[in-house]
Design a protein. Structure first.
Length: 365
């Protein structure tokens, strides 16, 4: 039998995906990779990026390139961060702390899921890079307020409030597998005295129904903004009118996302709506996008469409499962390297130049 392939030898995200599948048990693999219903949005997320042609420029001196960008006053070396993904200890025993350490080494932001299997304070201590946190506004507003205040005190620099989950989407792979939070793992940041702890029941809906609320309105974004001095992003938007409403409600940024295709199947791919949403956000705050990004070329495409940064979720999980901290570090290294090369080959030298060229650089087929 051949020796397992080290993560350092992976040359693409696809290589790390294959390594992760070989190491994860079927229930965990299906949980991480699944989309809602027929998974059409899940598939479309990746395909839509590939349909964007890059009309590269020739004879440009690209010997010096700078991929840095600024998010909420912090300069980061690339327009890249990790998206919030739940229960990372299912992928590797070091879980969220391994991801945090890899982000720290790369000086790239990490957005922690509120469904983390590690206490937020422990994750914050594991990275010197910016740390954000995703939150749901739950039926228990008092609990959500206390969680946000706790995270603010721990040094979380921004909050991404999820807007696309008034109810949990139907993920049929999890239903067939009878998915539940594995024994020995705890969704520690959502535990509360005398209430559901977040690790009982079958399926996410059965385990965590109390953490979301179908009555949410834009007034709740205003309420959340009043609980913390940190900037709020509204995550899970696909419409320009919702982008405008987010800023009108006190958000300082928006996050174009369809929850990785895990909520409403039939929702548009993020690449298909990004340009219009960025136009609505122009001058009001940063735009983050996720969904189907698997190459550094996709980062260039997203910046040309108007985004300020790209977030990756499943690739981080594949790196984590393949090799813990080293696997996550390799994911970030691959994507940053591909982005830098894509800049050179496209004839651009900075993220500002990509944005300035915009639709002149990237065209849909």
């Amino acid at each position: 039998m051949s020796a397992p392939q080290p993560v350092s030898s992976a040359v693409s995200i696809a290589d790390l995906t294959a390594l992760a599948e070989s190491k994860l048990d079927r229930v965990a693999w299906d949980y991480y990779r699944s989309g809602a219903w027929d998974e059409t949005t899940l598939a479309r997320n990746e395909a839509a990026w590939r349909e964007l042609e890059i009309h590269y420029r020739g004879m440009v001196d690209v010997s010096r390139r700078n991929g840095a960008t600024t998010l909420f006053g912090r300069t980061v070396p690339a327009p890249l961060l990790t998206a919030p993904t739940a229960m990372q200890k299912m992928a590797h025993p070091d879980g969220e702390c391994a991801t945090a350490r890899a982000c720290s080494a790369a000086a790239l932001p990490m957005c922690l899921s509120s469904l983390s299997t590690t206490a937020l304070e422990e994750v914050r201590a594991a990275t010197t890079a910016p740390m954000w946190m995703q939150v749901y506004i739950s039926q228990d507003r008092g609990f959500t307020k206390s969680l946000v205040e706790r995270a603010t005190a721990a040094g979380v620099e921004a909050f991404a409030v999820t807007a696309d989950t008034p109810v949990w989407g139907i993920r049929e792979r999890d239903m067939r597998n009878g998915f539940r939070v594995p024994d020995g793992l705890r969704i520690v940041n959502l535990e509360r005295p005398g209430g559901p702890t977040g690790h009982t029941g079958v399926g996410i809906g059965g385990a965590l129904s109390w953490t979301i609320d179908a009555t949410l309105t834009w007034k709740d974004v205003e309420l959340l903004a009043s609980w913390t001095p940190r900037p709020i992003l509204v995550k899970g938007l696909c419409r320009p009118d919702d982008v405008r409403a987010a800023f009108d409600s006190g958000a300082k940024g928006v996050w174009i996302s369809n929850h990785g295709g895990r909520q409403l199947d039939g929702a548009p791919a993020t690449a298909d709506v990004l340009a219009a949403c960025c136009a609505a956000a122009r001058g009001r705050g940063p735009v983050v996008v996720d969904g189907g990004v698997r190459r550094g070329i996709d980062i260039l495409r997203a910046i040309a469409l108007g985004a300020d940064a790209v977030a990756v979720g499943r690739p981080i999980l594949w790196g984590l499962a393949a090799g813990g901290e080293a696997g996550v570090a390799r994911v970030l290294e691959i994507l940053r390297g591909e982005f830098d090369l894509a800049m050179a080959l496209a004839g651009v030298r900075s993220t500002d130049e990509i944005r300035a060229l915009g639709a002149d650089l990237v065209h849909r087929r």
